[in-house]
Structure formats: structure tokens, C-alpha cells
Design a protein around this ligand. Structure first.
Ligand code: ADP
Ligand code: MG
Length: 242
């Protein structure tokens, strides 16, 4: 995919995310009203509308576009989520300086998580967006680097992992953010920030499917000459029997 197509995909993903945040505005606010201050839906909706506006004047450069979305979120969302989402995107966008590849997307994902943890000082189990981002990033990296998945398949696995991370936030007690003031009363409620993270990843996956599906199908249906296939090798330490 050339840089122009990558830029187009980023614009389209941002538009899909903005639509989703608008559609989920009251659902996210409802989650935040149970364990926060009932503004997460409005915050995210405002931020993504601002991001769309700012993208209109931005250059067709992948790193620049992602950074612009981050700046918009930092400036417009406020609260805890704005600087966390926006700051992490701004920092991670640098990994796309030479364009988006499987390798740079792993670096992007890792940098995003690293920045999020650094800024919010939250870890897995604190009932925050980190609980969705961590399994998504770890699963994505493993899928690309260990399982040799293509980026689309890897992203699908990452979204599934994020979904399980979101479910995990419900039965645990909040230790960071506004919800932590509730102590044990925060148990039994799903975290709003983890939930919006999942929604955004779902939209990213939908747009990635649109842009990468062609490639994937070509791979899947490629004419393979069986003579050229090597014997599948058992991995070292694989659990293959006696
Ligand atoms: P605020 O809490 O300031 O009202 P939002 O309602 O927009 O901001 O966002 C709340 C979400 O932010 C939480 O559901 C949680 O996922 C996330 N969050 C809050 N504090 C932290 C933190 N220290 N680290 C990571 N995520 C956090
Ligand atoms: Mg809030």
C-alpha cells in the first residue's frame, strides 16, 4: 500500500471512529455515570469530531495524520481520557514516519501502550483502558512475530483480546482514575475507557478489512504448487507428543 492509500485509510478509520463515538455517546456516558462523572461519551464524541475537522487541513502523511488526531484529542477531550488517548497517539505516531508496515504497526502498538502506562501510571488490573490495550497489544505482537499472522488476522485477534480485557474490568475494583474513589462500589461495573478503546479498535479492524482484504484473499487463494511446499517442521519444544 502506498503512502497516499495509507493516508486515505487513516482518514477513513478516523471518520469511522468518529461515527462510532457519536453512536455510543449515551452508552459510554451511562457507563461513566455508574463509576465516574458521566462525561466519557460526550468527551470522546467531542474529541473525534475535532479530530475530523483538524484532519481536513493535514498533509497526506501517515505519521502526521495520526499525530493530528492525537493533538485534537489532547486539546478537546479534557479529563483523564483526553491526554491519555491523545498523548499516546502523538508519541506512537512517530513509528509511522516511514509508513505503515507490519513491523511499524507492532512498534506503534507497543509505543502506544508504553506511553499510556507511563502517563496514567496504571497497570493491568486497575480497571482502566490499560486492561483493554494490554491484551490487544500483546496479542497483536505475538500474532505477527510468533504466529506469522498477516496484519489483518493479527488485528482481528487483538480485537478479541481487547473484548476479553473489557469484560475483565467488570468484576474488579478500580485502583486508578475517578472510579477508584468508589473503592469496592466500583466492582460490577464495566470500565468506560476500556469500552471506548474496544469500540475504536473494532472500527480500525473494519477499515483495515476494507483496505487489506484484497491482499489477504490473494494470499489465501494463491496457486500453490504442492511440490514446492516444504515439510512442516515441528517447532522446538512444541507439544507434539512423546
Ligand atoms: P474523567 O475520568 O476525567 O472524567 P473520562 O470520563 O473521559 O475522564 O475517562 C474515564 C476513563 O479514563 C476511565 O474509564 C479509564 O479507562 C480511563 N482512565 C482514568 N484514569 C486512568 C489512568 N490513570 N490510566 C489509564 N486510564 C485511565
Ligand atoms: Mg468521566
Amino acid at each position: 500500500m502506498d503512502r497516499e492509500t495509507q493516508a486515505e485509510a487513516i482518514r477513513e478509520a478516523t471518520a469511522a471512529m468518529a461515527d462510532r463515538m457519536a453512536a455510543e455517546k449515551s452508552a459510554l456516558t451511562e457507563l461513566d455515570s455508574a463509576i465516574g462523572d458521566a462525561d466519557h461519551g460526550a468527551n470522546m464524541n467531542r474529541g473525534f469530531q475535532a479530530a475530523l475537522e483538524r484532519l481536513e487541513d493535514a498533509d497526506d502523511d501517515p505519521a502526521e495524520l495520526v499525530k493530528t488526531v492525537g493533538v485534537a484529542l489532547v486539546s478537546e477531550v479534557g479529563g483523564a481520557a483526553g491526554p491519555l488517548y491523545g498523548g499516546s497517539l502523538m508519541k506512537a505516531s512517530g513509528e509511522f514516519e516511514d509508513g505503515i508496515t507490519a513491523e511499524s504497526s507492532v512498534a506503534f502498538a507497543e509505543r502506544y501502550l508504553e506511553t499510556l502506562e507511563e502517563r496514567g501510571k496504571a497497570s493491568v488490573g486497575d480497571k482502566t483502558m490499560v486492561d483493554a490495550v494490554t491484551p490487544a497489544v500483546h496479542t497483536y505482537r505475538k500474532a505477527i512475530e510468533v504466529d506469522d499472522s498477516d496484519p489483518l488476522e493479527a488485528l482481528g485477534k487483538a480485537v478479541d483480546a481487547a473484548e476479553r480485557g473489557v469484560a475483565f474490568t467488570t468484576p474488579i475494583r478500580a485502583k486508578k482514575g475517578r472510579a477508584s474513589y468508589l473503592g469496592w462500589r466500583s466492582v460490577g461495573h464495566q470500565d468506560p475507557g476500556a469500552t471506548s478503546t474496544l469500540y475504536l479498535l473494532e472500527e480500525l479492524l473494519a477499515v483495515a478489512e476494507e483496505y487489506l482484504n484484497g491482499d489477504v484473499e490473494v494470499d489465501a487463494e494463491a496457486d500453490v504448487d504442492p511440490e514446492e511446499l516444504e515439510e512442516p517442521a515441528l517447532e522446538d519444544g512444541a507439544d507434539g507428543g512423546p
